[in-house]
Structures are given as structure tokens and as C-alpha cells.
Write a protein that binds this ligand. Sequence first.
Ligand SMILES: NC(=O)C1=CN([C@@H]2O[C@H](COP(=O)(O)OP(=O)(O)OC[C@H]3O[C@@H](n4cnc5c(N)ncnc54)[C@H](O)[C@@H]3O)[C@@H](O)[C@H]2O)C=CC1
Ligand SMILES: O=C([O-])CC(=O)C(=O)O
Length: 257
Amino acid sequence: MSIALIGSGAIASYVRAHLASAGLPVAAIIVRPGKESNDETPAVSSVADLPKGIDMLIDCAGHEALRTHGIEALRTGIDVVTVSIGALADAALETEVVNAAQYGGAVLHLASGAIGALDALRAARIGELHEVTYVGRKPPMGWVGSPAEDKVDLASLQKATIHFSGSARKASLAYPKNANVAAAVALSSLGFDNTTVELIADPDASANIHEVRAAGSFGSLTFTISGKSLPDNPKSSALAAMSVVAKILEDRKPIRF
Ligand SMILES: NC(=O)C1=CN([C@@H]2O[C@H](COP(=O)(O)OP(=O)(O)OC[C@H]3O[C@@H](n4cnc5c(N)ncnc54)[C@H](O)[C@@H]3O)[C@@H](O)[C@H]2O)C=CC1
Ligand SMILES: O=C([O-])CC(=O)C(=O)O
């Protein structure tokens, strides 16, 4: 398998290092125009410029990168693995992804990201799922640059404060760097419009805490994860990067989850 990666951010750097350790070095990187590579891996600015033979593109660069490069890759027959799952809350983009994937005979793989229990939710919805709620809680620093800044003073916050309450669709669109987990939960359960989301800035939180609550004909579940963030980005949990590597390695096995 020949792999290309978008960007060199916190998740991308982790993924690249761990794939190399697993014997799958990244063959090329897509960077923003003007950003040069400071190592020997070829850096290009578009899917069209990728070296021949790439069969997998990893997107852990955010919603705009999936929109720009992910769709183009699918259209040219290159499978894509993404953590920018919230981008799919834009119904027009979702349609574009489906059309591009069908046209190119490729697949968009969603990595589980910073959350778990998605397998249980997908099984549970085969029965009847009555309600699914996702609660995302991060230290104030984790919400910098998000709409939380318009609701609370993150720098001087004294107590846990809900700054978003609504559907997974609204959360995913308004918080592109923070609510991809909400999108993953929604796509695994009741969908963007029927999955309920609460986002909380909490000065007492020392980790990114994600909670899923679901009830249905299967029974009920509560899943909580206290995720350490990546050293280079307090918004992003390390598990999100790990999940990309896990997805790629798992899909190569003869016996798979
Ligand atoms: N599914 C999940 O659980 C999670 C998903 N995410 C998503 O992953 C994204 C990346 O997270 P981090 O690595 O922590 O962010 P980061 O800010 O450290 O890195 C993003 C990188 O992508 C690059 N980039 C952005 N758009 C690009 C484009 N069009 N072409 C080339 N490069 C581009 C930037 O230059 C930067 O190097 C987040 O914005 C978020 O959307 C993040 C955490 C969890
Ligand atoms: O990494 C996390 O903890 C979650 C996150 O940012 C997202 O869902 O986009």
C-alpha cells in the first residue's frame, strides 16, 4: 500500500511517525501552497500532483482539507481515511463525497477518532434506538478559536459551563475542530439531526472527556473516555491520531474488526 497524508499538524505528525514504525512510510504529503517540506518526503499541493501509485490518502487536516483533497482523491480512485467527520454534516458535501466515491470506485473510511463505543451504537441501531446523547467536556484551552469564545470568557472561567446544546448537525458545523466526535456518534446512531449534543468548557477538567449515553431495545449504555490531548494541540485527543493508525493497520489484516 502506498500512502499519502494531508498536512503536518498534530494528528498528521503522530500518524506519520507511527505508520513509519509499522513499515508503512508515507510516500507524499499534500501541503498548502507555499508550504515547503523540510524533509525528504515529497510535498505537493494537490491530489493531481501526487506520485503515481498512491492508493490511500489520509486526511487529518480538518474539514476544508476533506472538501478540497478528499473528494478529488475519491474521484480518482484513491481511498481516503478521515477524522474530519463533522464535515459530513454539510449535506451537500456528503452528496459530493458519495458521488465522488461512486465515480472513482473508492471508499471514504471514517476513523473512530477520539471516541469509542461506535461499534456498540451501530449494532444497537439495528434494533430500535430511542435516544443518543453525546457530551463533550474540555478544559477552557481546548475551546479556543471556537464559538465558545462568544459565550464564555475562557481565560477566566470559574466553573463548568455549557456553551452548546443542540443537534449533532449544528455542533459539527459550528465546531469543526471540536465536534467531529459528535459527528461520529451521530453517524453511528440516530443521525445528525436526532443525536443530541452538549459541549462544556470546564476549568476543573484536566483531559478531553467524552461521554456517550444511549438507550434502545438493546438496553442502555454509558461510555466515558478521559482522553489526553496531543502535545502539539490541546483541542485534539491522542486517541484520534491512534485511531487513524489502527484503522489502516486493521484493514490490512486477514481477520478484522
Ligand atoms: N474525529 C475526531 O475525533 C477528531 C477530529 N479532529 C479533526 O482533525 C483536524 C486536525 O487536527 P490536528 O492535527 O490536531 O490540527 P492541527 O491544527 O495541529 O493540524 C492541522 C494541519 O492541517 C493542515 N491543513 C489544513 N488544511 C489543509 C489543506 N487544505 N491542505 C493541506 N494542509 C492543510 C494545517 O496546515 C495543519 O498542518 C481537526 O481540525 C479536526 O477537524 C481532531 C480531533 C479529533
Ligand atoms: O480530540 C478530541 O478530543 C475531539 C475533537 O477535537 C473533535 O471531536 O473534533
